[in-house]
Design a protein around this ligand. Structure first.
Ligand code: ZN
Length: 268
């Protein structure tokens, strides 16, 4: 089987993870810009992070036959300081020209604060100005539903964004429906304990169907599993889902969404 992990933070994973993912059938992955486990002190810290995402990780991945793509932004966890956030946003256009950059992400909200919302709106405008795809992070706290609705409202308010070019990630049972109903794509994050376990993700697929949905590991510096997508595929098979249904969610759906950016090509 071949699959795409459309959301994983390889800068915080060891090289052996690339080897294990390749053996499990991973042909491509996409890495959104996010928090690194600590707050960076200046825009220069982000400049170097963007170099890592656009220049270093693609080479690391290539050694294992995996295509590496990335998304750029100031993430919501570090967006409370609006001055710093604007300095980081000003760096992004130069990096959008990099061969592996698919769009703006993962933008969104963390604590649903006013400053986070300001920075989110400015990055939605950036995506519209440069005709970029958007990858959205939704809060993991108890107000995930409220945060998801605030984000959807902000995107609609912009007025220049096609919802079919936005993926709203980390959906759960109580947020998936509003995301799909509004015409967006939805991502299910497979975490060992929080967010969706593979079992819960397959439950959601069985309840809501497999259109405009994908699964990702969101592997990062914390408790996470870079092989979560193939494990969810095994859970689908155990429950009797067909091979073509499994391939639709783990390969063809990511291909359809990401392929809206002409730079995304898994065969090159
Ligand atoms: Zn992430």
């Amino acid at each position: 089987m071949k699959y795409i992990d459309p959301h994983i933070h390889m800068v915080s994973r060891v090289t052996d993870d690339y080897a294990r993912m390749a053996r499990a059938g991973c042909v491509a992955l996409t890495e959104p810009a996010f928090w690194a486990g600590f707050d960076r002190r200046s825009a220069e810290g982000f400049y170097d992070y963007f170099r890592q995402l656009t220049q270093v990780e693609p080479k690391r991945a290539k050694a294992y036959g995996i295509r590496h793509f990335s998304w750029l932004c100031i993430n919501p966890k570090e967006a409370e300081d609006v001055v710093l956030a604007r300095e980081v946003i000003a760096l992004i256009p130069e990096f959008l020209e990099a061969a592996n950059v698919l769009g703006i992400g993962e933008i969104g909200l963390n604590k649903n604060s006013r400053n986070e919302l300001t920075v989110l709106e400015e990055q939605i405008a950036l995506a519209a100005d440069y005709n970029q795809l958007i990858l959205v992070h939704t809060p993991h706290l108890e107000d995930k539903l409220k945060g998801t609705k605030l984000i959807i409202d902000a995107i609609k308010r912009n007025g220049r964004i096609d919802p079919g070019r936005v993926l709203i990630d980390h959906v759960e049972e109580h947020t998936v429906e509003v995301v799909l109903d509004e015409g967006f794509w939805a991502g299910m994050t497979l975490y060992p304990e929080t967010k969706c376990t593979p079992e819960r993700a397959v439950d959601i697929l069985e309840m809501y169907g497999n259109e405009r949905l994908w699964m990702n590991s969101a592997g990062d510096w914390g408790n996470s599993d870079p092989l979560a997508v193939p494990k969810a595929c095994l859970e689908m098979a155990r429950r009797g889902h067909t091979a073509s249904d499994i391939e639709k969610v783990s390969y063809h759906n990511p291909l359809s969404f990401l392929g809206q950016c002409p730079k995304f090509d898994v065969d090159a």
